[in-house]
Design a protein around this ligand. Structure first.
Ligand SMILES: [Zn+2]
Length: 388
């Protein structure tokens, strides 16, 4: 049996309100025991059990590993020139994805896997212990299938996003492309995907097309989630709630009707502050969603076009500074909120029985994640009870 005890934790965030104070379930002067990759004991450091391996946290803060519920890691090339042009005044449009599609189709499987592995490594070292990965830069039957095959080697949280944009060869024939996505592409993608997703927005797919795609995915045994309202106010939130999507992602724009629909549903609102940051767009006001009782997650949206970062600490800092989260809410949304967006009960918290995925910060409080933006505060990351 592998055993590790972390003692002298100045501030332990469990995300379990029955274990400690506030929504974060905070314990002071705490310890936690992990055995065979699971949390088996949490409590006061003085009364901690003995263990084979002991780590002294020296009064620092320990948090659950981040759950990054929205990334696009299977791609080739980069779009730094596009970013540069955008910062010089050009606006962001969904069409920029086409450039990455060309490079991704031309890449070998080994290239795609190596690039995704590099980003996973980056992400893990910044404290992310659960990650979702979408396809969506292949947009042919074979390229979507291989993208998901590669993603599945890296995470169980794989999403078929054949409906990312309409590829150029289907220009002006978007309904034909939707038929392909719902037919042969879905058939070959489904063995490797847990989720189905569609980008429902200006320049991408209409809500009617989105309905067709998600309904086909659900019939094939996949669970639905949706990209919506990144570029403009649309009707996709109603669709997401009606179809029982686990999450509606982006929500740069939303109205009162969207708030009411989400508040009366189990659909998580996943905000992606890296996308607003990297496209110089207006940030949504998360307080309106949180105050309405909606479950809110934050994720990196790591992709080469509109948010080329794997850093969840940066997402927390942006969420606090620009979206009006409190530091507590932002940390919860980056951990437990992400887990709920992926319908996972074993991650995003440090209760007994949860996966022993946690992070020792260099500071005595999680507030520093927002208070010291851009500084690496991750001292040690534990994945399934093992230090990485
Ligand atoms: Zn996305």
């Amino acid at each position: 049996m592998s055993q590790i005890l972390v003692k002298n934790i100045g501030l332990l965030v469990t995300n379990n309100p029955s274990l400690g104070s506030t929504q974060l379930g905070i314990l002071k002067n705490a310890a936690l025991l992990a055995e065979n990759g699971q949390i088996t004991w949490v409590g006061d450091s003085q009364s901690a059990p003995t263990a084979q391996n002991v780590i002294d946290a020296d009064g620092k803060c320990v948090i659950p590993g981040f759950v990054d519920s929205h990334t696009h890691l299977i791609f080739a090339g980069d779009r730094s020139n596009e970013f540069s042009a955008r910062m010089a005044g050009q606006s962001y449009a969904a069409g920029g994805i086409a450039d990455t599609v060309t490079k991704t189709r031309a890449a070998t499987d080994d290239d795609l896997l190596a690039n995704a592995n590099r980003l996973i490594h980056e992400s893990l070292h910044s404290g992310t212990t659960t990650i979702e990965i979408k396809s969506g830069y292949g947009l042919t039957v074979i390229d979507e299938e291989r993208s998901l095959k590669i993603a599945k080697q890296l995470t169980p949280e794989t999403t078929f996003l054949g409906a990312h944009v309409v590829p150029s060869e289907f220009k002006a024939k978007s309904n034909d492309y939707v038929d392909l996505v719902c037919g042969q592409m879905l058939n070959q993608a489904k063995p490797y995907a847990k989720w189905i997703d569609v980008f429902c927005d200006r320049g991408a797919f209409t809500p009617e097309q989105g309905r067709k795609i998600l309904t086909a995915g659900i019939a094939a045994g996949l669970k639905p989630r949706i990209h919506a309202n990144q570029l403009e106010q649309g009707d996709a939130v109603a669709l997401a709630v009606e179809l029982g999507c686990a999450s509606v992602d982006h929500l740069t724009y939303f109205n009162q009707s969207d708030i009411e629909k989400l508040a009366n549903s189990k659909t998580v609102a996943t905000l992606l502050p890296g996308a607003e940051f990297s496209t110089r767009s207006k940030y949504p006001d998360a307080r309106k969603l949180i105050d309405a009782g909606i479950t809110v997650a934050i994720a990196s949206d790591c992709n080469p076009g509109s948010s080329y970062t794997t850093s969840m600490p940066l997402m927390i800092a942006l969420a606090v500074r620009e979206m009006f989260f409190t530091p507590e809410q932002a940390l919860w949304s980056a951990t437990k909120g992400g887990a709920l967006a992926l319908q996972r009960e074993d991650v995003g918290h440090l209760s007994i029985g949860a996966k022993a995925d946690f992070v020792i910060l260099r500071e005595s409080s999680y507030i520093h994640l927002a208070y010291r933006p851009g500084v690496n505060l991750v001292e040690q990351v534990f994945l399934h009870g093992k230090s990485i």
